[in-house]
Write a protein that binds this ligand. Structure first.
Ligand SMILES: Cc1ncc(COP(=O)(O)O)c(C=O)c1O
Length: 380
């Protein structure tokens, strides 16, 4: 049968790495997973209990398209707790993960042929989803001295229809402070460029609190998720905050594209929002892991790294070691039994010289992974 050209998107290379690691495990090897971008912890107990109770009581049928009103109100309250922002719950849209939010946002904001700026390195699915919608991703080559975040001069005057930023970012873990984020929003707004802020790693931050774009403007799209801080990747539930005059448009799209986010997951998400203590305990583990990473990676020979501000990744420049990060990752998996991700997922132009290490797993795993990486590099 025929195919569309817009569906010709690249694979997510980290998934291929995960598959190679799975095959190695099937063959009896013990692999340390530093490739996956997800917590190894379960959904918080309050989430599981809320769902167990709901399963006894109701049918868990469709919800209204924008999400259960109690959940939208509780998410709005979170903006008061985290950022001191007074948010109208009617602007909150519950989505099928942030991935579902990207589909809604890109459909609501862009037409075929529009151009949307994305910082490279960045989360790969932004550009693949845009491409699948016949929207052109414009890769902005960020600089190490700007901590791999875009700055206004990277896109000013380009007449883009959209700009997508992430703070903390995947893969670099770097954050945009209030001034830097404000400068990007101002430049975008001055050019009629829609501003989308991916805030999925908020809550996982180490030295300073992450800033939401909503502290600076109401005329932005903010996307977040229960996947990372709330430790609920597979539940496929997230949210988006949109300007008041966009709510009805998003509602119409959500009704038709998704009907609703999974009802069971919405109930669990409402429970998760009351589990701060448990989630902060997870954060303590990431904090310890981060410390181990920034201490041991340079000693192992991965010395071109910057301490991440948030998320659970370290992005390493390995261009002095290899010009083929994919082959290098295969070698690390084969010889050290550690799965890591080649930078090509995040930066097609420069990623042959970079790697991403994830430290989302238990500390004992991270210690063992670092020990193996050190041994591997010393024998190389
Ligand atoms: C920056 C970023 N945005 C979005 C996502 C997708 O997350 P979700 O599970 O909410 O769809 C990820 C997943 O790793 C991510 O790293």
């Amino acid at each position: 049968m025929r195919n569309s050209t817009r569906s010709d998107v690249d694979p997510f290379i980290v998934m291929d790495v995960m598959e190679a690691a799975r095959r190695a495990e099937e063959a009896g090897r013990h692999i340390i997973h530093m490739e996956v971008g997800q917590p190894s912890t379960a959904a918080p107990s309050g989430a599981r209990q809320a769902l167990a109770t709901a399963m006894e009581g109701g049918s868990l049928g469709y919800t209204v398209a924008l999400g259960i009103p109690e959940l939208r109100a509780r998410i709005a309250k979170l903006y008061g707790e985290w950022y001191n922002v007074d948010l109208d719950p009617s602007r909150v849209v519950v989505t099928s993960g942030s991935s579902g939010a990207f589909l809604l946002a890109f459909t609501a904001l862009f037409d075929a042929g529009d151009r949307v700026g994305i910082g490279a390195p960045g989360y790969p699915s932004y550009r693949q989803i845009l491409k699948a919608m016949s929207v052109e991703p414009v890769m902005l080559q960020t600089k190490a001295e700007n901590r791999y975040q875009p700055v206004p001069s990277d896109f000013a005057g380009m007449g883009l229809q959209g700009l997508m930023v992430a703070s903390p970012a995947n893969p670099s873990g770097t954050m945009l402070g209030k001034d830097a984020l404000g400068a990007l929003i101002n430049t975008a707004q001055a050019e009629g460029t829609a501003f989308i802020s991916d805030e999925i790693y908020h809550g996982i931050e180490y030295e300073a609190k992450a800033v939401t774009a909503l502290e600076l403007s109401d005329d932005v799209y903010v996307i977040n998720s229960f996947s990372k801080y709330f430790s609920m990747t597979g539940w496929r539930v997230g949210w988006m905050v949109v300007p008041p005059d966009h709510v009805r448009r998003i509602e119409r799209l959500a009704q038709n594209m998704f009907i609703c986010a999974p009802h069971a997951s919405q109930i669990a998400a409402l429970g998760a929002l009351e589990c701060k203590e448990e989630l902060d305990a997870n954060l303590q583990v990431y904090t310890r892991n981060r410390q181990l990473m920034i201490e041991w990676l340079p000693k192992a020979g991965f010395d071109r790294i910057a301490p991440p501000d948030g998320a659970f990744y370290v992005y390493a420049d390995v261009s002095h070691i290899t010009d083929d990060s994919r082959a290098f990752c295969a070698e690390i998996l084969e010889k050290a039994g550690v799965a890591v991700t080649p930078g090509l997922d995040f930066d097609p132009d420069r990623g042959a010289g970079t790697l991403r290490f994830s430290y989302a797993r238990a500390t004992a795993d991270i210690e063992e992974g670092l020990r193996r990486l050190t041994e591997f590099m010393s024998n190389r």
